[in-house]
Design a binder for this molecule. Structure first.
Ligand code: ZN
Length: 313
């Protein structure tokens, strides 16, 4: 039997970029389409959802969420041993998330050294995405895990991989990471990041995505600031760029969207719990609130990419 008969044909839209780039908003809007199913920032599945007993957007943990409960049962049978299974896959995930992103020679050596573990992680992702398609009856999965490490694996495992490279002004991203945010799903505050760490990660992830984009069949570059100003324009452009049916994504009226679908996003910005009646509005608080010294520092550090992504003027 060919693979085509075993697995349904589906596409995966992977939202890639630095964290706090507005992916929760984009992910939730795309996920509202009848053909799509958003799993949120899926890289939090093992760590936050299973090991830390975090909450899905349906407000339930893995033991009670009807959607993930049936998937875990079908994949692993009795879930009594699930924490050990989670530890095992989380260990593989950490190997994947140490792949060198910028130095391609080192990357090649690393991929060779950890070929077995990385392949096993890729096969697992493929299997769990298949179950998401089976139980959601959607045709397209939205995963906003963002990290470029996963793309290095996914491009070899998922045939219809569509990537949205989402970029937001690094000074806005930096400001967002300096604010303390309570994560209701794990009942704790998310760690803040020093501006240097944020700027370094922003740069590293965007350099990695610029390097990998030529290997992707479907790639779309999107600035958060453009999207919030003209959501419909960019939703239609994404459809066109990915060869998807026209108007498959929702039409936004007056910069508002009422989210009607039941959601089972397992990770991401805690704001995902508030996404019911979405007001699409750019957040530019950083312009007033980010201290001048950090504005200068981030601008200098990220200068070539700020210019490339037209954030200078
Ligand atoms: Zn759920």
């Amino acid at each position: 039997m060919s693979q085509r008969n075993i697995y349904p044909i589906y596409s995966l839209i992977y939202i890639a970029g630095a964290e706090r780039s507005g992916s929760t908003l984009l992910d939730t809007i795309l996920g509202e389409s009848k053909s799509c199913f958003s799993i949120g920032e899926f890289r939090q599945f093992w760590k936050s959802f299973i090991l830390k007993n975090g909450l899905c957007t349906c407000q339930k943990n893995y033991k009670d969420c009807p959607f993930w409960g049936q998937i875990l049962k079908e994949l692993f049978g009795n879930t009594g041993n699930i924490k050990n299974i989670a530890m095992y896959y989380y260990k593989l995930q950490k190997i994947v998330e140490r792949i060198p992103l910028v130095n391609l020679k080192k990357q090649k050596e690393y991929l060779f050294k950890y070929h077995k573990e990385i392949s096993e992680f890729g096969s697992f992702l493929k299997e769990i995405y298949n179950k998401v398609i089976k139980f959601s009856s959607a045709k397209i999965i939205i995963d906003s895990s963002k990290v470029p490490y996963w793309l290095i694996v996914l491009k070899n495992f998922i045939p219809n991989l569509m990537v949205i490279h989402l970029v937001r002004d690094p000074r806005a991203v930096t400001y967002s990471w300096t604010k303390r945010k309570f994560d209701y799903s794990i009942n704790n505050y998310i760690k803040t990041h020093h501006p240097f760490t944020t700027a370094r990660n922003w740069l590293k992830y965007n350099i990695a995505l610029e390097k990998i984009k030529s290997e992707l069949q479907y790639y779309y570059f999107l600035r958060y600031e453009d999207f919030v100003n003209h959501p419909n324009k960019y939703l239609r452009e994404i459809e066109k760029s990915f060869n998807l049916e026209k108007n498959i994504f929702p039409e936004i009226r007056n910069y508002q969207l009422l989210v009607k679908k039941d959601r089972h996003q397992v990770g991401g910005n805690p704001d995902r719990f508030k996404m019911k009646n979405i007001q699409i509005k750019g957040d530019f608080t950083w312009k007033k609130q980010l201290p001048l010294k950090y504005k200068i520092f981030i601008t200098m550090l990220t200068f070539p990419f700020l210019k490339r992504y037209k954030y200078l003027f």
